[in-house]
Ligand binder design. Structure first.
Ligand code: PEP
Ligand code: MG
Length: 898
């Protein structure tokens, strides 16, 4: 038979799955000999059984009876006894802390008879009646589902009638009357009187706590925190101790270190003559722990000793809830405390310095996500803000500037030294210059992997996408939200961490951590100035990252397409480039050349001259990039996007021709010629169409010119005494035959340039991207033709799930998340069971053919903390991510290795 109930002495801190965090820690403290009131925990198994069946499991009642009996024996009192009642609290406590999301009922066991007993033994009638009214209020709201306002209104009304403002000014008589009023409220609203049977109260409260696992706010919280929906909560039944028994009683919360800065030294709040809920509700101003020392030195000293003991025992910052009942200290809760990202770094380093944890453990105490949030400039938290709307936070940071709608406006603003925010319905590669010039990007459509989001993240530029309340009329130069219309002269601010859009310019503060990461420790410390906490933080980040670099096995590279991105990547610690997307080398002014090449006949002089010019320009690009990356590997990916992206938009072209025909009777012959080509190349599913390796086979000249330009740049730099290390990568390979064809041609060009220039180009490698399930499952064949593989997990996710990466996040992903199909988008964090499994299979097969084959990843997942751990575990050699995420990947690769 399943055991559902555990006395505190039966558990320990490792049993969070079963007992929840609170229950496991109460058990741990009990066994450490700390003053914990006696009690027991009803397990998460019982909760799950209750939620499945809609009723408690049959054996639960007997187990609760037995456990309650033991508490009663320890306390020498019986639940709800008329003369000297035992009262209990019924508290939720899931495996992962969900502060304030679930329910708690205090003072269970009070009724019309036991209230008198409590008044007699405590010698405090006011206290007894106050406890009773609190029970009815909490029970009414939580168990009986009544509107909490009904009770608070009655309380306010009473205070107004009595002419007092504080609850504590109400007399015993007032509270006796209030209990009658509350009982009336219950009876009127439910049709039954407030339950007088203490055991019935306990059972109903337990079930209500179980049910509170599924409240809307708990579900929303879990989704945000990526907590699975099927864990359930445990219920802790604890003998009540009272902080509201007069001036020698009180309640408090404390931390063994400052959870906001990580500063060592205790920190906490204390509220005399109060119960825990009063601290949370902020009814009265709290005192500090130093005040407690003055009020009750014995309890304070004992508390300090317990805090030290807990920190040494848990080897981490702990937070603690305690109550003092008439001079006696009781521990109600402890756990490893939540902390800000800054505190996490500082505490980890200080605990290591104090010898409480090892340097490797210190690394496990911080996360890439925390580092990310330390890196972004932020809006001044003190500043006042007016919210305009909200979208999806796509690339963190804080950007403020005048609204611009297109490249020209953005570049003009930048030239005049005015900050601007590019506002568009969505972005495409044409908007790149505007994105570069703008401080941030705001779109009305798209999700976290939309073009705007991916590109902005790559540039470390603030971006909010999918703010669908925005109605953008770029032609008219207006953007409307509801009633409000803004124009190009208006200033907005966007918060890439929260997705909020504010009116006006909210002041921004810089992050010294970023200054450190990009310019070194001295610069970071200088940026911190006189702020001692920030200096400590910068030092802690430096020490932990250094440790991560020492222990990690994964190499960390960057996805960078320009010399500038490459320099940023190097500054952030990138050890090479894992993906240089070369498509931008065909855009801008060069687009015309591509167009000329596409529309002209194969083998024609026009096509050749377009190719020659493109080759000349690309050689220049490669020279610059390889020079910046001297001595470090640089993966150059051959052109990938569908050819039609380089042609004019088909719909617009068709309309223009139709309008010309209708109005002038004839269309422009160039338009007509272009229309023929655009129609021929038009695709219904371009992402599954003429792109990647297919382009190289369909229109070989493009790849050839890229390879030749790269080889010549390599030869030229080598002749200058540099050490260029290019690696040529073929995208979207599905078959070994495709790869073989491409490889043979590529090797031919390498050999030709080598012999023409006399350079040794034998170190140039040729590899394939694994972006299709077919490539993954035939990786053993592909490996025979490849020097390296790089997993393109953006496309691999798209093709494995059959999800369009450009659309799904702004269409049905919300519903998917709500339905619990996934807690995080598979485009953001690797889907270990599906896409990850393909990666694992490919790694195994590739190494079976070619044990030394180099394996990396260059999809967005390369910079995602959880995914980095997976890539470490599956045995990749490197991850490659946006320059800005390089420090995060370094840290996570280190954490994965310890
Ligand atoms: C990928 O598909 O993961 C990849 C890196 O290529 P892109 O994002 O350019 O399609
Ligand atoms: Mg791809």
């Amino acid at each position: 038979m399943v055991k559902y109930v555990y006395d505190f002495v039966e558990g320990d801190k490792s049993m969070k799955d079963l007992l929840g965090g609170k229950g496991a820690n109460l058990a741990e403290m009990t066994n450490l000999g700390l003053p914990v009131p006696p009690g027991f925990t009803i397990s998460t198994d019982a909760c799950r059984a209750y939620l499945d069946a809609g009723a408690p499991p049959a054996s639960l009642a007997d187990e609760v009876t037995a456990a309650l009996r033991r508490v009663e024996q320890t306390m020498g009192r019986t639940l709800g006894d008329a003369t000297d009642p035992l009262l209990v609290s019924v508290r939720s406590g899931a495996k992962f802390s969900m502060p304030g999301m679930m329910e708690t009922v205090l003072n269970v066991g009070l009724n019309d008879r036991s209230v008198a007993g409590l008044a007699a033994v405590s010698g405090n009638g006011r206290f007894a009646w106050d406890s009773y009214r609190r029970l009815i209020q909490m029970f009414g709201r939580t168990v009986l589902d009544l509107d909490g306002e009904l009770f608070s209104e009655a309380l306010e009304e009473l205070k107004a009638r009595r002419g007092v403002t504080a609850d504590t000014d109400l007399t015993e008589e007032d509270l006796t009357g209030l209990v009658a009023t509350y009982k009336d409220i219950v009876e009127r609203a439910t049709g039954s009187p407030f339950p007088q049977d203490p055991r019935e109260q306990l059972d109903l409260a337990t079930e209500a706590v179980f049910r509170s696992w599924n409240t809307e706010r708990a579900r929303v919280y879990r989704r945000r925190e990526r907590i699975p929906d099927d864990l359930g909560t445990a219920v802790n039944v604890v003998a009540m101790v009272f902080g509201n028994m007069g001036e020698t009683s009180g309640t408090g919360v404390c931390f063994t270190r400052d959870p906001s800065t990580g500063h060592s030294g205790v920190y906490g709040d204390y509220l005399p003559n109060a119960q825990g809920e009063d601290v949370v509700a902020g009814i009265r101003n709290t005192l500090t722990l130093a005040d407690l020392e003055k009020l009750d030195k014995t309890s304070y000293d004992q508390l300090r000793a317990i805090m030290a003991k807990l920190e040494t025992h848990y080897r981490d910052l702990c937070d603690i809830e305690f109550t003092i009942e008439r001079g006696k200290l009781w521990m109600l809760q402890t756990r490893v405390g939540k902390r800000t990202p800054a505190a996490a770094f500082r505490v980890a380093i200080e605990l290591a310095d104090e010898g409480l944890i090892t340097a490797d453990e210190a690394l496990t105490r911080v996360t890439g996500e925390q580092l990310t949030s330390l890196m972004f400039p932020q809006f001044d938290p003190e500043a006042s803000k007016e919210t305009l709307t909200r979208g999806t936070a796509a690339s963190p940071g804080a950007a403020a500037g005048v609204i611009v709608f297109n490249n020209e406006q953005a570049e003009a603003a930048a030239k005049e030294g005015r900050r601007c925010v590019l506002v568009r319905r969505e972005t495409n590669p044409d908007d790149l210059p505007g994105m570069v010039a703008a401080e941030g990007v705001l779109t009305a459509r798209g999700g976290k992997t939309s073009h705007a989001a991916v590109v902005a993240r790559g540039m470390g530029k603030t971006c909010v996408v999918g703010a669908d309340a925005l109605v953008i009329n770029a032609a008219a130069g207006t953007v409307t939200v509801g009633e409000r219309m803004l124009t190009a002269e208006d200033t907005i601010s966007i918060d890439g961490q929260t997705g909020e859009v504010f009116l006006g310019a909210v002041p921004v503060v810089d992050s010294p951590v970023t200054t450190y990461l990009s310019h070194g420790l001295e610069a970071g410390l200088a940026a911190a100035g006189d702020d001692a906490d920030t200096r400590e933080l910068v030092t802690a980040v430096d020490r932990l990252l250094t440790r991560a670099d020492e222990v990690r096995r994964l190499q960390v590279r960057a996805n960078a397409d320009t010399p500038n991105d490459s320099r940023n990547a190097l500054a952030f610690g990138a050890e090479g480039i894992g993906l240089c997307r070369t498509e931008h080398m065909f855009l801008g002014a060069r687009r015309q050349l591509v167009e000329n090449a596409i529309v002209s006949e194969p083998g024609s002089a026009e096509r050749q001259s377009a190719f020659d010019e493109l080759e000349r320009l690309q050689k220049q690009d490669y020279l610059e990039m390889l020079e910046v990356m001297d001595g470090k590997e640089m993966v150059v990916r051959l052109i990938d996007p569908p050819l039609h992206e380089f042609l004019p938009d088909l719909t617009k072209l068709e309309i223009r021709v139709a309008v010309d025909l209708a109005t002038k009777g004839r269309a422009d012959p160039d338009d007509l010629a272009m229309l023929v080509v655009a129609r021929r190349l038009h695709e219904q599913n371009p992402m599954l169409g003429l792109r990647g390796v297919r382009l190289g086979i369909y229109m070989p000249g493009l790849n050839d010119l890229q390879v030749r330009a790269l080889c010549e740049a390599t030869a030229e730099l080598a002749a200058r005494g540099l050490h260029p290390k290019p690696e040529i990568m073929v995208p979207l390979v599905g078959s070994v035959r495709e790869l073989r064809l491409l490889r043979e041609k590529t090797e031919g060009i390498i050999a030709e340039v080598a012999s023409r220039t006399g350079a040794d180009l034998s170190a140039i490698t040729v590899g394939a991207m694994i972006e299709l399930p077919r490539a993954a499952v035939t990786a053993d064949d592909l490996a025979a033709e490849a020097d390296f593989f790089s997993f393109g997990t953006n496309d691999l996710t798209q093709t494995t799930w059959g999800f369009s990466r450009d659309d799904v996040e702004s269409t049905f992903f919300n519903e998917y998340a709500e339905a619990g199909i996934f807690t995080v988008s598979p485009f953001e964090s690797i889907d270990v069971d599906g896409v990850g499994e393909l990666v694992r299979i490919a790694v195994e097969k590739a190494r079976a053919t070619k044990p030394g084959i180099k394996l990396g990843v260059c999809g967005e997942h390369g910079g995602d903390p959880d995914s980095v751990h997976f890539f470490h575990a599956v045995g990749l050699d490197y991850v490659s991510c946006s320059p800005f995420r390089v420090p995060v990947a370094r840290l996570e690769a280190g954490r994965a290795a310890v």
